[in-house]
Design a protein around this ligand. Sequence first.
Ligand code: PSU
Ligand code: MN
Length: 305
Amino acid sequence: MNNYIEYSVEVTNALKNNLPIVALESTIISHGMPYPQNVKTALECEKIVRDNGSVPATIAILNGKLKIGLSSKEIDFLGKQGQNIIKTSRRDIAYNIANKIDGATTVSATMYIASLANITVFATGGIGGVHRGAETTFDISADLEELAMTNVLVVCAGAKSILDLGLTMEYLETKGVPVVGYGTSTLPAFYSRESDFSVNFKIDTPKEIAEVWNTKLKLNLVGGMLVTNPISEEYSMDRTLIDNVIADAITEMTKLGIKGKETTPYLLAKIAEITKGDSLKSNIQLVYSNCRLASQISVNLNLLS
Ligand code: PSU
Ligand code: MN
């Protein structure tokens, strides 16, 4: 196994000294945002994690290795390559490693790779979920299955309405994945603070979140936990406006016949285009906020173990 993993010096040192770590994904860099904002955001995320007491471990597949901790040069490479890099979820890991194909890891692949290094706290923007119309397309993100089976806590800003939020919550319930609202009992909807759905548990502090997560790990309750962190008021978007934009983007996508793994990147780019960059600004800010919270959770978890 160790032959396949390559750690950065910073992460090696953190593991050796039992410092708090936060995993970060790379599909958000190559497929989630345009260049150069993607690189700037990824580097700033690492800084925010450090400023809040943890060590960042951005994860990707490069040169046939599972890389845990990237250099700024590697982050720049992923950002510049953008959609040329293969979006890599769990199913693609073995093929890409065996063939030395570079890959940007989704939430599912990042969770799996983080768990190999016993890193159990991870920050991202949004997770994949049950897509609208999944009753006919079967488009359910591998992120949900990963949450069902891999011991990693994921901090996100809720799910955007490109997904069916109700079905996503049902799926997570079936799989035994707790959904926590940070300071809220309402499931946040990514670009906006509220949706029509409730979270399972409202928890108000990083310390209490760490306590629940530590208990889940200690009880050997296999699987992840989802912590949903609402976007700050300042950057949140009007719910009706963004829902209309998303509906238009989905109509356009259906017309073009875009399916499968291309769906999420297409919609994110289209929404940014229609909102003239406003959604991208919000997206960047909510990721920062999630990195801050994840770092604080990791620090608290470290004090417990
Ligand atoms: N949602 C976002 N930005 C992203 C993604 C989701 O707001 O970049 C990425 C994440 O890497 C997530 C993946 O794991 O999309 C989900 O893709 P799919 O729906 O194909 O499973
Ligand atoms: Mn899918």
